[in-house]
Design a binder for this molecule. Structure first.
Ligand code: PEP
Length: 236
């Protein structure tokens, strides 16, 4: 399974290094065989070069370098051998205003370079409440311009209303949506949105859930390791 931590705008360079070192020590000593990904804040990217986990960028612009104030490109990612990127996260869609068109352009750029792309999709509450058909239409639009057969693609289904709120869909709902989304792409499909130690095991055990993307609850490295141990126990 794939267990990923999105650290968002949290931790410093120093505390991120401590986090990754602790995580690596845990994976090494426990013989974990799951794929572990960590997305630190931009300023904490570094050459971690670990064979036990992968470090990715939460965002980057589709460029090598240039005049794109506030962004980074592949020149900066290459410095740290980073070849994994998160694209389409709801905070970038809804807070930073990224459009599906700009997201698809970014996707295409990083796909051509062979990056592992964790691509996020998910509906806001209003779409969920509008019923299944409207909700699935909304999510389907987030597949526009995305090569769903890309070999290094991982998809994360993250209902916007579940991110950072402590709310989650029912287990039945997660399984149902994952089963529908698996028809759109065979890529590994993660669930994200208020996953924590208390619910991670039951979410990971669901059919068509190939892992989890964890935000707030991954900030404590011991909790994140605990969630990794559940995936290890389940050995799907
Ligand atoms: C996320 O931001 O990808 C996420 C899943 O956040 P949280 O776990 O805090 O809901």
């Amino acid at each position: 399974m794939i267990i990923a931590a999105n650290l968002k705008t949290n931790l410093t360079r120093k505390s991120t290094t401590e986090y990754i070192n602790s995580l690596e020590a845990y994976i090494k000593s426990s013989g974990v065989s799951q794929d572990v990904l960590v997305f630190p804040a931009m300023s904490a990217l570094d050459s971690f070069n670990s064979s036990y986990l992968s470090v990715g960028a939460q965002n980057a612009y589709p460029t090598k370098n240039g005049a794109f104030t506030g962004e980074i490109g592949t020149e900066q990612l290459d410095e740290f051998n980073i070849t994994t990127i998160l694209i389409g996260h709801s905070e970038r869609r809804h807070i930073l205003g990224e459009t599906q068109e700009s997201i698809a352009t970014k996707f295409e750029y990083y796909k051509k370079l062979g990056y592992t792309i964790v691509y996020c999709v998910g509906e806001p509450l209003q779409k969920r409440e509008a019923g299944k058909e409207e909700m699935m239409e909304y999510i389907s639009a987030q597949y526009e311009g995305i090569d769903t057969s890309y070999e290094n693609l991982i998809i994360a289904y993250e209902p916007v209303w579940a991110i950072g709120t402590g709310l989650t869909p029912t287990l039945e709902d997660i399984e149902e949506i994952h089963t529908d989304l698996k028809k759109k792409s065979y890529a590994p499909l993660l669930y994200g949105g208020s996953v924590k130690v208390d619910n991670a095991k039951e979410v990971l055990a669901l059919k068509n859930v190939d892992g989890v993307l964890v935000g707030s609850a991954a900030l404590k490295v011991d909790d994140f390791c605990h969630m990794i141990s559940f995936a290890e126990e389940l050995q799907k």
